[in-house]
Design a protein around this ligand. Structure first.
Ligand SMILES: [Mn+2]
Length: 333
């Protein structure tokens, strides 16, 4: 649990603020969006002026979280005045200015107080107030803790948003970050009357045909190394073009090879641009893989990590694969 003195700092800053801007990483997932929506509802109840400004749009499967379209996509011309007026920035589910893109550079320069609430590893101080707790299943779990600390009622909307955070970041309570506390919080959220089945269907049974077409192409080139302990696949620019799928459609793909018998580690290489490749690392939980990600300028959790490499797809594969093969082969020796 986060020390209450830390939450006290956050609460004092919020109490004094008039205008608050919330943001999160590029291609926001369920945890990022649910955390933003929960905080937005809480801050609005406190009569604060709140804006959620993101770098990328809300994908179809998360639109149910934001029926009133409160989440806006950053447009420098329109939103710079809002950002300049903000007394406080709250950045959720990310503690890396790079992944906040253009918006990050602008916020970083601002003199207003920056608060970060996140569950990813950090090396150095990131914001003015960093609430970083790696043991939390999700940022949503931390927001839940904070709202309890602040004695704020968890209504059905907040509960639905926070439940979405936990559901998605734990892979529906399957990943190793799922703890007894995670279930306890999920249970408390459900007892507010949320429709958990509806949330599940919105998130997971709402895939576009383009996404499934891309998944088929991606899995068609799945390859194995290390006697089947390592599985990897690529998604090329050409595959995106052929299927008309978007970058964010790859959400959930890195987890697929990990479901295969005998696979300990999986790698997904996504060609974002001709010389820019995103590598997603996943581990079944026996082999720590975030050190490889960190070696190449990325980071993440022990068993789920990522890095962006500014090299060609082939060079990136060579580099990351040989390093990962070494890590996998040294396991159990
Ligand atoms: Mn998260």
């Amino acid at each position: 649990m986060v020390e209450s003195a830390q939450w006290g700092k956050v609460l004092r800053v919020i109490e004094k603020a008039n205008s608050i801007v919330l943001t999160t990483h590029f291609n926001p997932d369920g945890d990022a969006l649910g955390s933003e929506i929960a905080l937005e509802r809480y801050l609005t109840k406190l009569n604060k002026n709140v804006w959620i400004i993101n770098n990328s749009p809300v994908t179809n499967n998360y639109k149910f979280l934001d029926p009133e379209n409160r989440i806006i996509v950053f447009d420098a011309e329109k939103h710079l005045p809002l950002i300049e007026k903000a007394d406080v920035f709250i950045i959720v589910d990310i503690s890396d200015w790079e992944r906040l893109r253009e918006l990050g550079a602008i916020i970083q320069k601002s003199d207003s107080t920056k608060i970060c609430i996140d569950h990813h590893h950090i090396e150095n101080q990131f914001a003015d107030i960093d609430i970083i707790y790696k043991e939390a299943s999700s940022t949503g779990e931390l927001i839940y803790e904070f709202l309890n600390y602040a004695n704020h009622e968890i209504d059905i909307e907040i509960a639905s948003a926070l439940y979405t955070c936990i559901l998605t970041d734990t892979g529906s309570f399957r990943f190793s970050n799922t703890t007894a506390l995670t279930h306890e919080i999920a249970s408390k959220l459900r007892s507010t009357g949320i429709n958990a089945r509806y949330i599940y269907q919105e998130v997971y049974e709402n895939n576009s045909r383009n996404k499934i077409a891309l998944m088929a192409k991606a899995l068609d080139n799945l390859k194995y190394e290390c006697s089947g302990k390592l599985a990897w696949f690529t998604i090329t620019q050409q595959m995106f073009e052929e299927t008309a799928a978007e970058n964010w459609d790859t959400e959930g793909f890195p987890e697929i090879p990990r479901t295969i018998e005998g696979v300990e580690v999986s790698l997904m290489f996504t060609e974002l641009e001709p010389d820019k490749v995103k590598v997603s690392f996943r581990s079944k939980g026996n082999i720590v893989i975030n050190e490889v990600a960190r070696k190449f300028g990325g980071g993440g959790h022990n068993f789920a990590a990522g890095a962006v490499i500014r090299k060609s797809l082939d060079k990136t594969i060579d580099m990351i694969l040989s390093e990962s093969i070494e890590v996998v082969n040294s396991y159990g020796n």
